[in-house]
Design a protein around this ligand. Structure first.
Ligand code: PDD
Length: 281
């Protein structure tokens, strides 16, 4: 696989980053995941805009190649022959040559930019989307700026492991009694035809897939209500699902061992997945 590091396309074995890189030492970095379907990038502009916002919120410099990001994405997709999969991009505050909590001077320390592709054939025809997935709920103990897409992914990884241990696929995070989001996705329920999803704030990532799906839902005359909901409300809903760049629209059929309705994939989630894939291809 060919990867990109700071201006160079290299075989993955030859790509290196310093041990002093603040991404490595401090999780001082942000990322984006853009999916590829039929060799085409989905919603690149949305991901680039969110990346720019994440950098700004953390007072991090834009990498020199910021204006070439689309071209770099396309080049990697072409070189690696990606039909279905994703492009991962990460920017860190770079390598100050030592360990220090204070941010380095941006005049001397340039951000590190890394991109690589992941080949995922069968992403669109994922059999899990037919069956639906099972989730557990866990407390959301992440930091308070989840709207910034940082590489601090330890707790989401732990949540994923807690889910696996419980025989489930993912975890929904709960703060003050209300669902914030999934470990790596935005969460929704459907009740009496209405789509309910948490409103945007610092509490959740402003999903690019979320924005697209809500737009398609409104275009299809579906009613959308943006507000927090509880696990109990989700368990008593007609449907539940989540969205992300890597899973698109994914139905959830069981929460903490309780089936959502009859524990089957519902029509709203199926339709939204279909519309999303149709519009993206
Ligand atoms: N995760 N919420 C969290 C915490 C996420 O990590 C993600 C994405 C989302 C959905 O955002 P989007 O629709 O823009 O992908 C919501 C990516 C896919 C990941 O970490 O792999």
């Amino acid at each position: 696989r060919t990867v990109y590091v700071n201006g160079q396309y290299l075989p993955e074995e030859e790509a290196t980053v310093s041990i002093f890189d603040r991404g490595f030492l401090m999780a001082d970095g942000v990322y984006e995941v853009t999916s590829v379907l039929g060799g085409k990038l989905i919603d690149f502009a949305g991901h680039a805009a969110r990346l720019e916002r994440s950098l700004k919120e953390l007072d991090m410099e834009k990498p020199e190649a910021f204006d070439d990001l689309l071209e770099i994405h396309r080049e990697l997709v072409a070189r690696n022959g990606i039909e279905e999969g994703m492009v991962y991009l990460q920017v860190t505050r770079g390598n100050p040559g030592d360990r220090d909590f204070a941010f380095p001077d941006p005049a001397t320390t340039k951000p590190t930019l890394v991109l690589f592709t992941q080949n995922k054939p069968g992403l669109a025809d994922n059999p899990q989307a037919q069956k639906g997935i099972k989730v557990i709920s866990i407390e959301d103990i992440r930091w308070g700026r989840r709207d910034i897409k940082t590489v601090q992914l330890l707790y989401p990884s732990m949540g994923k492991m807690m889910a696996k241990k419980a025989g489930c696929d993912d975890a929904w995070l709960v703060e003050d009694g209300f669902v914030t989001e999934g470990t790596s996705n935005n969460t929704y329920i459907v009740k009496d035809g209405k789509i309910i999803t948490r409103n945007l704030s610092h509490d959740i990532l402003h999903g690019i897939t979320r924005a697209a799906v809500l737009r398609f839902a409104k275009e299809a005359q579906m009613v959308v209500e943006e507000r927090p909901f509880t696990i109990e409300e989700a368990q008593g809903a007609d449907e539940a699902f989540f969205t992300s760049a890597s899973a698109f629209v994914m139905p959830v059929v069981e929460i903490d061992g309780n089936p959502v309705k009859e524990g089957k994939v519902g029509p709203v989630a199926s339709r939204l997945r279909e519309i999303y894939l149709d519009e993206s291809r």
